[in-house]
Write a protein that binds this ligand. Sequence first.
Ligand code: SF4
Ligand code: SF4
Length: 264
Amino acid sequence: VDTLREGIFICGCAQGPKDIADTVAQASAAAGRALRLISQGRIVIEPIKAYVIEELCDGCGKCIDKCPLGAITIENKIARVNEAICNGCGSCIPYCPRNAIDLKHYTEEQLIEEIKALLASKEEGEVRVIAFFDDSCTYRAADLAGTSRLTYTSKVRVVRIPSSSRLTPRIILSAFKYGADGVFIGDCLPGGSPYHPRVLDVINDLIRKTRTLMRRYRIDARRLRFDTIAVDTAERLAKDLDELVVLVERLGPLKPEDRDRIKV
Ligand code: SF4
Ligand code: SF4
């Protein structure tokens, strides 16, 4: 009975064809969920929300249609995010031409600094892969790989993010610039994400744009791999990571002059 918007529930024929018994059962469930929220007297919202850097925003409105929840409006020529609606999917971020919108607790600069730290201990001639794992599916699959005692390559360093739609070409290219030889991005299968289904289009668009930039910088675009991962497919995740590392080892580490060409 839950919907993509917290606090809005759906039941009965509003959801799809149902008989009376199922409709009544769903209506009770929806009423119970609503009552639980109301009885608390206050609503607790997640702190991970998009925010606008007002000095950079020119009110162009390009982010508005990109938000699948309609959380963005323009007021006094500046974008505003309704925090009660925003679920922190990050889908609006890669489309802002002025880098004027970012995600609290997972800002672009924070992620780039994390990447730099993960690559700081890399030895000369060593190959290293940065892997962005979305919190809901890929990170949990990796957790499962750990508890199931599956092994995967030690050449991978993981960056945990709410959703890969939060990434930008600049973040991915920064990984290559600061020492990565391959980048892996894992996110939920269609229908498996807690976010709107449109985030998958955003991620595919992001991968396409980043690969175009990689070609422009003469970096082999196969060094960037995106896979959809289900929580219970830890073995596949381990295999995908191993495959990328084998490919990157075959291509060899990027040379300093390759990294110098990348502008971030
Ligand atoms: S796309 Fe960027 S600059 Fe344009 S309104 Fe949105 S936040 Fe502002
Ligand atoms: S983070 Fe997602 S939900 Fe929030 S404003 Fe951006 S697109 Fe909308």
